[in-house]
Design a protein around this ligand. Structure first.
Ligand code: AHM
Ligand code: MG
Length: 336
């Protein structure tokens, strides 16, 4: 059987269910094309002069890498002229980016973390692009930051592209999760897995263990129990993985199960967490749920959180359903 390209997949989805409007299909294809360009830049590494810092900081006070900025520009350039978008927002831009007047305005809003896992760029470890698509509210003309502040359960498409040994695009439009692998010779993404499912149980956790002394008691309880292994209350041994690229950790979980946690900790008690709600936790949370997993902020479902600001941070617990429910239960029990 011939391989199914991303374009063919989207066209057929549109035909069968009619739930991918043509503007949304265009949007997804444009994002995929941008990811292809980012993938090429990532691959060139030192030969393409794309490594190292850019000497600037983003709105969160993080030092920007050259590739953070390149990826951001690639996504903007690719998306601004197609007529499918009203505005964009990115981890690397303080405010929203309006589609310039010279181009037609569309009905969608695109949010992205152009290059996730920035600390891994220079050391040749997997990194990625995360994106989330919302519809602009129809009750008014123009577009403002307020229009972006919608719960994750309003997303109409979400996905990521991981730049690892293979470049893989992972997508949901609310009808399960599909994976597409980039064929470099043909220059196209081809469907490599459909109906991705995460096992409900797991023996693998992902957390940055160097923060153990800063954790809240329920997080410590959960990890201590995992570490106690066969002899402990869980009665089984656990394995640990931490790539420090959320895309790579989530990709592993979608592939073989597991739990990922970046919880609130005492280092910066006023911040709800490290990761960003709108362009990291929401798209990843939706993908995980669409594959049968769960995603919470350790207390409530991530997708039900009403964002108050564009760059809002959040605690993240996601992956195999039974483990996420356990961690969430430990938190509810502790606050009683
Ligand atoms: P970034 O978007 O600036 O790259 O930061 C997000 C990344 C996640 O991909 C990853 O899970 C986490 O930060 C790693 O943080 P740490 O270095 O504290 O372990
Ligand atoms: Mg990120």
């Amino acid at each position: 059987m011939s391989k199914i390209s991303l374009t063919r997949y989207l066209v057929e989805q549109q035909r069968v269910d009619g739930h991918i409007p043509s503007q949304l299909r265009l949007l997804i294809e444009v994002v995929a094309r941008a990811c292809k360009r980012i993938s090429h830049a990532v691959n060139k590494g030192a030969l393409g002069d794309v490594l190292g810092t850019a000497g600037s900081e983003n709105v969160q006070g993080e030092v920007q890498k050259k590739l953070d900025i390149i990826a951001n520009e690639v996504l903007i350039e690719a998306n601004e002229w197609g007529g499918h978008l009203a505005a964009m927002a990115s981890e690397e831009m303080d405010g929203i980016y309006l589609v310039p007047n010279r181009y037609p305005q569309g009905e969608y809003l695109l949010l992205f973390d152009p290059l996730d896992g920035s600390s891994n760029i220079d050391v040749n470890v997997s990194i990625g692009t995360i994106f989330s698509v919302l519809k602009k509210p129809e009750d008014h003309a123009g577009v403002s930051e307020q229009d972006f502040l919608q719960c994750g359960n309003r997303q109409v498409a979400a996905g990521y592209c991981v730049y690892g040994p293979q470049t893989t695009l992972v997508l949901t439009v609310g009808d399960g999760v599909a994976m597409f692998t980039l064929d470099r010779e043909q220059g196209s993404f081809f469907l490599t897995q459909e109906n991705v499912r995460i096992p409900e149980d797991t023996r693998e956790f992902a957390i940055n263990m160097s923060n153990v002394r800063h954790w809240d008691a329920p997080v410590k309880r959960y990890i201590d129990e995992c570490l106690a292994g066969k002899e402990g209350p869980r009665g089984k041994d656990f394995n640990m993985r931490w790539v420090a690229s959320m895309v790579a950790d989530v990709h592993r979980i979608l592939t073989r199960g597991g739990i990922f946690m970046y919880p609130w900790d005492k280092r910066e008690p006023d911040k709800p967490g490290k990761l960003r709600l709108m362009y990291e936790a929401n798209p990843m949370g939706w993908l995980i749920e669409q594959a049968g997993g769960a995603a919470t902020d350790a207390r409530q479902r991530i997708l039900d959180i009403q964002p108050q600001k564009l760059h809002e941070r959040v605690s993240v617990v996601l992956g195999s359903k039974n483990e996420v429910e356990r961690v969430t239960r430990y938190h509810t029990e502790a606050s009683k």
